[in-house]
Design a protein around this ligand. Structure first.
Ligand code: GDP
Length: 309
C-alpha cells in the first residue's frame, strides 16, 4: 500500500516507518518541515501532492506531566487546530483509511482499573494534563464523526505509557522513563551523591516499548475496523518507585534517590484492560519492561548526540 505517516520523525513514527517499509509498503514519511499542519492551506497542499491508500496520523503536540502543567494553551491549541484542518482535508481528499493514536491520559482519573475502552468520556482526566488529554480525546471524536458521517474506515488506538528510542529525553518535556534515564545517566557520569526524582513514587503506570506500539499499528492496519478505540499496552501495573529502582539498576547508579514531592504525581493508577487488543487484534507486546529499559539505555548512550536533551 501507499502509506502516509504524519509525525514520521517523532517518537512512534521513527519506529513505525522502517517497519512499514520492511513489510513492503511505499511510505511517505512526513514531518513538520514538509507541511505545517496548523495551516489548513498546507494540509490541502499535502493531499494535492500525496494520494495515500492509508494514513497513520501521529503528528501531535506531546509532552510529560510538567510540560502539560506549564504550557496548557500550547497543548490544546496545537492538537485541536492541527486535527481540525488535517482531518477535514483528508476527508475532502477521499482518504478512506486512517489510523489515529491518542492516549491513556484521556481516561478519567477515577476510572476503575484495569481501564476498559468503554470508560472513555465517563469523567474528567487528571487535572495536570487535562488540556492535552481532552484535546486528544476530542481528536478521537473527530475521527469518529468523520467515520459516521462519511462512512470512512477511520479508527483509533490508545497506546499505554510508551517509551524507547527516539523518545524526548529533555528535562522539561520528557515522560518518566526518558526523564529518569537521562538524569540517572548524568548523575552517574558526574559522580553525584544524590539524585532527585519527581513525585511520591506511589503512582502506578502501564508501560509499553515503542517497537511494540509500532508493531501493534501494523496489525491494526490489517485488523482494526471498529469505531471503538482499542487499548494497546502491557496490561501490567508498575509503581513509579519500582520503575525508579529498575532505571537505577539499568544505569548502575549507586547514589541516593530523593523524591521531590512538590512535583505532580498525576493520575494515581493507570493500568489498561487489554482484552480487546488480544482478542480483536490478536496482539501481545513482546518486550518486557526490564529488556525495554536496557534497550532504551543502550540506544541513549549510542545516540547521545542525536537525542532530544
Ligand atoms: P503520565 O502521568 O502518565 O502522563 O506520564 P509521565 O511519564 O509524565 O509521569 C508518570 C509518573 O512518573 C508521574 O507520577 C510523575 O510524577 C512520575 N515521575 C517521576 N520522575 C519523573 C520524571 O523524571 N519525569 C516525568 N515526566 N515524570 C516523572
Amino acid at each position: 500500500m501507499k502509506i502516509l505517516v504524519t509525525g514520521a520523525t517523532g517518537f512512534i513514527g521513527k519506529s513505525l516507518v522502517p517497519k512499514l517499509q520492511n513489510a513492503g509498503h511505499e511510505v511517505e514519511a512526513l514531518s513538520k518541515k514538509d507541511y505545517d499542519l496548523l495551516e489548513q492551506s498546507q494540509c490541502r497542499r499535502l493531499f494535492k501532492e500525496h494520494s495515500p491508500d492509508a494514513v497513520f496520523h501521529l503528528a501531535a503536540k506531546v509532552g510529560g506531566i510538567l510540560a502539560n502543567k506549564t504550557y496548557p494553551a500550547d497543548f490544546i491549541y496545537n492538537n485541536l487546530a492541527m486535527n481540525t484542518y488535517f482531518l477535514e482535508e483528508a476527508r475532502k481528499a477521499g482518504v478512506k483509511r486512517l489510523i489515529y493514536t491518542f492516549c491513556g491520559c484521556a481516561y478519567s482519573s477515577s476510572a476503575p482499573n484495569p481501564i476498559k475502552e468503554e470508560e472513555l468520556f465517563k469523567g474528567i482526566p487528571d487535572a495536570n494534563a487535562m488540556f492535552y488529554s481532552l484535546a486528544k480525546a476530542t481528536n478521537h471524536l473527530q475521527v469518529v464523526a468523520y467515520r459516521r458521517q462519511y462512512a470512512l474506515d477511520w479508527v483509533s488506538l490508545i497506546p499505554g505509557n510508551a517509551y524507547g528510542p527516539w523518545d524526548n529525553f529533555s528535562d522539561k518535556n520528557s515522560h518518566v522513563i526518558a526523564g529518569q534515564l537521562r538524569r540517572f545517566h548524568f548523575a552517574q557520569e558526574n559522580n553525584e551523591k544524590s539524585i532527585t526524582v519527581w513525585g511520591s513514587g506511589s503512582p502506578v503506570r502501564d508501560f509499553i516499548y515503542v517497537e511494540d506500539v509500532a508493531d501493534s499499528l501494523l496489525v491494526a492496519l490489517e485488523k482494526h475496523h471498529q469505531e471503538a478505540p482499542i487499548n494497546v499496552s502491557s496490561g501490567i501495573g508498575v509503581s513509579i518507585k519500582d520503575l525508579t529502582d529498575l532505571v537505577q539498576q539499568t544505569v548502575g547508579y549507586e547514589g541516593e534517590v530523593i523524591w521531590d514531592k512538590t512535583k505532580p504525581d498525576g493520575h494515581p493508577v493507570k493500568i489498561f484492560d487489554v482484552t480487546r487488543m488480544k482478542s480483536e487484534l490478536g496482539f501481545t507486546p513482546k518486550v518486557t519492561l526490564k529488556e525495554g529499559l536496557e534497550k532504551t539505555y543502550s540506544w541513549f548512550k549510542k545516540n547521545i548526540k542525536d537525542v532530544r536533551l
